[in-house]
Design a protein around this ligand. Sequence first.
Ligand SMILES: C[S@@+](CC[C@H](N)C(=O)[O-])C[C@H]1O[C@@H](n2cnc3c(N)ncnc32)[C@H](O)[C@@H]1O
Length: 236
Amino acid sequence: MKDTVLYGVGIGPGAPDLITLRALRILREVPVVFTPSKDGEDTIAGSVVEEAVGRKEFISLSFPMTGKRDTRERARRVCAERIVETLRRTHRGAFVSLGDPLFYSTFSHVLPFVKEYMPECRIEVVPGVSSMNAVSSLLCTPLAEADERIAVVPALHGTEGLKYALERFDTVVIMKLGRVLDEVLDVLCERGLTERAVFVSRAGWKDERIVRDVVSLKGTDVDYMSMIIVTRCRRR
Ligand SMILES: C[S@@+](CC[C@H](N)C(=O)[O-])C[C@H]1O[C@@H](n2cnc3c(N)ncnc32)[C@H](O)[C@@H]1O
């Protein structure tokens, strides 16, 4: 029987020249590429891949950004079924993720269901340059040095995790900004950390944006592809 492989391929933060050579090779070799989309709307991942390797069969998989657990699980199962049906025909396919596929990625949401429906399928993961590495490079700011500790906090559902992290860690990377941006800024203001914070959206994209005066973002709508990095004064 022909070996079947699903590759989880990290394509980096969005600049085609930050795709690794391994990812590029696999994306060229596979007959089909699965691209995640949110609520039916295609994400940037597909266009990054197309720019890098040209047109091939793309299958867009819809992952609704809903808070309802059942709806999310149902959608993930549907996506996994679609992947498995396709792999029965093509035997090779790549699921692409922006950044790294095992770091806050939809790939890890479908993985358990693909394994359940097709246990014989081999899974291979190709790491990608994560957005927080792209952002720290853009800012030329080390994420951690020597014995410093770093925390990554998604700010989707409030600021409790952020408050905890700011008390205990030297660098705090705040991801998934959006609805709670104002609350995040309030927490940074209360702790006198606004000067230590930098906001970056769409790092590596044509419309990337860096805002050092983070307080000026108060009351504005920011892109989901944004993060704030807070670094404490370094003890040198
Ligand atoms: C679902 S997570 C995906 C993370 C991705 N797998 C990675 O390794 O970076 C989405 C979050 O990543 C961050 N992000 C992804 N790409 C970004 C970019 N180009 N610039 C700034 N932040 C980005 C944002 O915080 C966004 O809310």
